[in-house]
Design a protein around this ligand. Structure first.
Ligand SMILES: [Zn+2]
Length: 521
């Protein structure tokens, strides 16, 4: 997209409000939005601490009056009110993500649940609310592997067991979808390559939560910033079609699709190593991660033309800009392996630690019934190296497949009606309770019953188009998919790729301790 394509139509200038501007995506969004001369001011909600104040002092020096900070907390309603006041656009990028969300559930709850709830409440009470872009996450889809590497918006939402972040992001989406607002969109962000990725990963056992055969579609932080900039430019010029009241996946297209193994291999190659030189397959979980290849990531890119960087270009940029990678390149590989990576196995967020500590619930959630994971690369079957029987990696990558959503998707939205809602409910093991004359359009709440007998109100949009379902079955801090998938074909499509029908576990947190118990068969 060339800048010249967009000329200002009016003399009006606009105000954009951002949360999460100090994060990896947020910094890029701020920087790139400030390149738009029609944006007169960017309001930022930053935490009231020394670190964020220091960041803002630097921005103030660089950007002057165009940036304004509100120091507070997204979990505080009045701070959200102040942020939103007089804004034309609100972009919510605030989140507490893994590993922090794994270590501090309450901090994550405040940012990921109370924050979006406050923002939606403030917008609903506003007489002239800003247009709202809410960033969600690929994590809401849960685990995928080579059996169903492809996914799209509308697929079942199955946050991985004990991933509080994913579950909170899923819950927060419903605040937005079911609000009375007209101008909102949800962008489910994929795995993002950013400046601090390698160094962040060297601090926590989280790196071993990446399953080696998981499909991943990367996008860079810079391209994510460009997406938001292009959305604002196009919408400002009334050229954005089909953006509002919808959900999209942000993805990096075919050039950025790979697996967990290939990501590690690419990352270690820049310092002269490889996945196999630095890692052992037994350190990594084999299921219960998240990530997929999006069969619909072209939709956003066709309209907003933002995917510019490849993962290879990203790694080269990292190598160029970070002195410690140059140093790492000349250090003995054994030194990096031991000092850099092996020490992380003792971290409380590391699967090896769970195994050694007999943390049965986590081990079972992440490995299932499989015997002790192999320590030899020669015994581990890699998807990307065509070692899985009857599955050709390149063919998989070139052949998007789709899951059934349980209703006739060829119908345009305005033709969907009660029969489609009934079919979708049945596919999910439940039923539609609303009678013929109660059923409205996709955004009018209907009454449903799930296979567990819970009655709930939800919009057909959230269910048919968003992949959501019973709130009671998806309550925070509990994961009951072994039971639910037995009656819910929509979940079963994915769940049984990495679980057996003989598994009968109910997983939950009790005072932040991961627990599980057998449920009746
Ligand atoms: Zn239910």
């Amino acid at each position: 997209m060339e800048k010249e394509e967009y000329t200002r139509k009016a003399d009006t200038s606009i105000v954009v409000a951002l949360t999460g501007a100090s994060g990896s995506m947020g910094r890029e969004v701020l920087k790139q939005l400030l390149e738009c001369d029609f944006i007169s001011k960017i309001k930022l909600l930053l935490l009231n601490n020394a670190k964020e104040k220091a960041i803002f002092r630097r921005w103030k020096l660089r950007y002057g009056k165009r940036v304004k900070a509100i120091f507070g907390d997204i979990a505080t309603y009045s701070d959200c009110q102040e942020l939103v006041e007089n804004a034309d656009y609100l972009i919510n990028m605030a989140a507490v993500i893994p590993p922090k969300s794994d270590h501090n559930h309450y901090a994550a709850y405040k940012a990921n649940i109370l924050g979006p709830k406050n923002l939606v409440d403030v917008l609903e009470k506003s007489s002239n609310p800003p247009k709202f872009i809410h960033i969600s996450s690929v994590a809401v889809y849960g685990n995928r592997d080579y059996k169903h590497p492809w996914g799209r918006v509308g697929d079942p939402l199955i946050p991985s067991v004990f991933d509080v972040y994913a579950q909170q992001k899923m819950t927060a989406e419903l605040f937005v979808i079911e609000s009375s607002l007209d101008k909102w969109c949800i962008l489910r962000q994929t795995a993002m390559l950013h400046n601090k990725m390698l160094s962040n990963n060297m601090k926590d056992g989280l790196m071993f939560h990446t399953a080696l055969n998981s499909p991943l579609e990367w996008v860079t932080a810079k391209d994510s910033g460009l997406l938001i900039k292009n959305i604002i430019i196009k919408d400002y010029n009334n050229q954005a079609n089909m953006l509002w009241k919808n959900i999209y996946n942000i993805g990096g297209l075919s050039k950025n699709r790979c697996t967990g193994y290939e990501t590690f291999d690419d990352g270690f190659k820049i310092i002269g190593g490889s996945a196999e030189a630095f890692l052992s397959p037994e350190w990594h979980i084999t299921r219960n991660f998240h990530g997929m290849w999006f069969s619909d990531s072209e939709i956003l890119n066709d309209q907003f033309d933002f995917v510019k960087q490849t993962k290879e270009e990203y790694w080269q940029e990292i190598l160029k800009n970070h002195w410690y990678y140059i140093i790492a390149k000349i250090l003995p590989k054994r030194f990096i392996g031991y000092v850099g990576i092996k020490r992380l196995l003792k971290d409380e967020n590391s699967p090896t630690h769970w195994i050694n500590a007999s943390d049965y619930s986590r081990v079972y959630a992440c490995f299932g019934d499989e015997d002790k994971p192999t320590e030899n690369w020669s015994d581990f079957k890699l998807f990307c190296k065509n070692q899985i029987a009857n599955i050709d990696y390149q063919t998989s990558k070139n052949t998007p497949t789709t899951l059934s959503h349980g209703y006739d998707e060829t119908k345009p939205d305005n033709e969907l009606g009660i029969d489609d809602y009934r079919q979708a409910a049945k596919f999910r093991g439940g039923e539609l309770l609303s009678a013929e004359n109660d059923s409205g359009d996709l955004f009018t709440k209907a009454t449903w019953k799930c296979s567990e007998g819970h009655t709930f109100n939800m919009t057909p949009f959230a269910i048919l188009k968003g992949g959501h379902w019973c709130k009671e079955c998806n309550k925070l801090n509990q994961w009951n998919y072994d039971k639910l998938a037995k009656t819910n074909k929509f979940l079963a499509e994915v769940w049984y790729d990495t679980h057996s029908t003989n598994e009968n576990m109910y997983y939950y947190f009790e005072d932040e301790i991961a627990r599980s118990k057998k449920i009746a068969e």
